[in-house]
Design a protein around this ligand. Structure first.
Ligand code: AMP
Length: 173
């Protein structure tokens, strides 16, 4: 299954210099969606994982389905101010300024083994912040899985020591 063929390039979104990898053309395709979910869920089927954490927003699409397929629960990591109960927060650098993500304080029990899922690895800041949140709550990051890795941005360098997995790599824009 060639998943790359199902991902659409949208040059100039959301800024002129960005080529946005639009995964909605993959998720609307039943075979593309199933192949993505199955590939990640099957890779970790025999791993010691207790919970899936998905990163807002596109990480929810895959993370929820992967958790269901693995017979596990799902926890969202969300943009600030979205979660209703007590939260922990991790900040990360953007090109200009900082951003943050949050998780509920009681989302993870100490010692639980976590699979983090997002659609795309770019500079790695978002995934590193998600891993930090998991560890702040006493969880252990077993792996971080993506549909896409923009390898030319070297996001894996921000995730040293973690098992990082991607289904589709782009080595240039
Ligand atoms: P980063 O923190 O730089 O690794 O950015 C990762 C997050 O930003 C992911 O949640 C992606 O959905 C989104 N993102 C960053 N760059 C792109 C891109 N070129 N195309 C699509 N999504 C992107």
């Amino acid at each position: 299954m060639n998943l790359k063929k199902l991902i659409r390039d949208v040059p100039g979104f959301p800024k002129p210099e960005i080529v946005f990898k639009d995964i909605t053309t993959l998720t609307k395709d039943p075979i593309g969606l199933a192949a993505t979910v199955d590939a990640i869920a099957d890779r970790y089927a025999d791993a010691d994982i207790d919970l899936v954490v998905g990163i807002e927003a596109r990480g929810f699409i895959f993370g929820g389905a992967i958790a269901y397929k693995m017979g596990l629960g799902f926890v969202p990591a969300r943009k600030p101010g979205k979660l209703p109960a007590e939260t922990v927060r991790a900040e990360y650098e953007l090109e200009y300024g900082t951003d943050a993500i949050e998780m509920h304080k009681d989302a993870i029990e100490p010692g639980q083994k976590i699979l983090i899922v997002d659609d795309l690895l770019a500079t790695g800041g978002t995934a590193a912040a998600a891993a930090e949140l998991v560890e702040m709550l006493g969880g252990e990051v077993t792996a971080i899985a993506f549909l896409v890795d923009l390898t030319f941005l070297k996001g894996r360098d921000k995730l040293p020591g973690y098992e990082v997995f991607s289904l589709v790599d782009y080595d240039s824009e």
